[in-house]
Design a protein around this ligand. Sequence first.
Ligand code: GN1
Ligand code: MG
Length: 365
Amino acid sequence: MEKLKSIISHFPEVTGVESVSPLGAGLINDTFVVRTSDPENPDYVMQRINHAIFKDVDLLQRNIETVTSHIREALIKEGDPDVDRHVLRFIHADDGKTYYFDGESYWRLMVYIPRSVSYETVDPKYAELAGREFGRFESRLTHLAGSLGETIPDFHNMTLRLRQLENAVAADPVGRVAEVMPLVEQIRSRAEDMTFADRLYAQGKLPKRVCHCDTKVNNMLFDKENGSFLCVIDLDTVMPGYVFSDVGDFMRTAGNTMPEDSPELDKIEFRFDIFEAFIRGYLSTASAFLTQVEIEYLPSAAEMFPYMQAVRFLVDYIEGDHYYKTTYPEHNLVRARNQMRLFECAEARHADMQKAIASILASQK
Ligand code: GN1
Ligand code: MG
C-alpha cells in the first residue's frame, strides 16, 4: 500500500488517497481501485502495465491518448451532457506523460467512472447494446488507422499464432506436449479454414480498420442504476486490425454459456440468441462502412476467435504459463479445451448465423 501510494504521488492531480485495493479479473495487467477521501474528488483506477507484453509503453499510451481525445472531441461536438462518463480520462504524471516508470514497472491512472458496473455475462438486450456501441466505436475511429501503431504486432494474426503453436510443440520446453497432442491434432485439422482472414488480407480483399481487439464482455461499462451503456474500457489493444476481432472476441466471451476457464465441457454451448442480438446492434452502426466481404465472414469470425484463443492458451500451457495469469498448473490447458469446445459449438451454427445476418440486413433496409 505504501509503495502504491508513493507511486500515486507522482500524479499531482490525485490527492487525499484513502485506500488502494485490487480490482477486476484481467489476465494481463495488475489493476487497483484508488479511493479518495474528499467526495468532491473522483476515485481512480490504477494499473501496472504488463511491460513484458506491451513492450513499447510510450507508443501504447500515445495510442490511447489519440483514441480517447478523439472520442472526447466527438462527444463534445455531439453535445453529450455526460462526456466524463462516456470516455476514459488518463491522468498526467509529473513529467507530463500519462504513465510513470518507477525503475522497474510502468504505472498509469485513469478516473474511475462513477456509478458504473461491468458484467461477465449479458442477456440479449445488453448484447445488442454492446454490438451497437462497438460498431459506433469502430466507426468513430476508422479514419485514425494511419495514426495508431500496433501495440502488440501481429496480435490477431492466426497464421502466426499457429506457427507459435508449432514452434512450442517442437521445442516442448517443459515436457507438456505428449499429453496435449490430441488437442494439437484437432487444432491442426482446422488450421486451413481458420486462416481465412490472413488470406483475404493478402489478396487485398480485407481492410485493416481501427478495432478494439479485446471486446471481452467485461470490457464495457454500464450505468449501475439505469443500465445504459457508458463506455468501452481496456484500450491497450485498440489498433489497426480486422473487424472480425471485435465481433469474434465479444461472441467468444458473451456467447459462451460457461466462463472461459470452466472444465465442464458438456455445459458449453454457443449462445445463438446473443449472436443475433449482438449482430443486430453491430450492423445498425457498422453496416455503413463494412464491405460485403467483411459481412460475409462474420459467422467465421465467431468461430475463429474461440479457435485462436484455444491456440493462445495452449501455447502458453506448453511454454510453461508465462503469458496469462493462472491460478493452478492446468489452468491454461482447461481454458484451451474450453475454447476448442466453444469453437465446435459455434461452427455447428454456421449456416444459422448466415441466415440470421441476411434477415437482419433485410430488416434494416
Ligand atoms: C487478455 O487483459 P484481458 O484479460 O482483458 C488478452 C486477450 C485475451 C484474453 C483472454 C493483451 O485480455 O487477448 O483474449 O485475455 N489480452 C492480451 O481472456 O493478450
Ligand atoms: Mg479487460
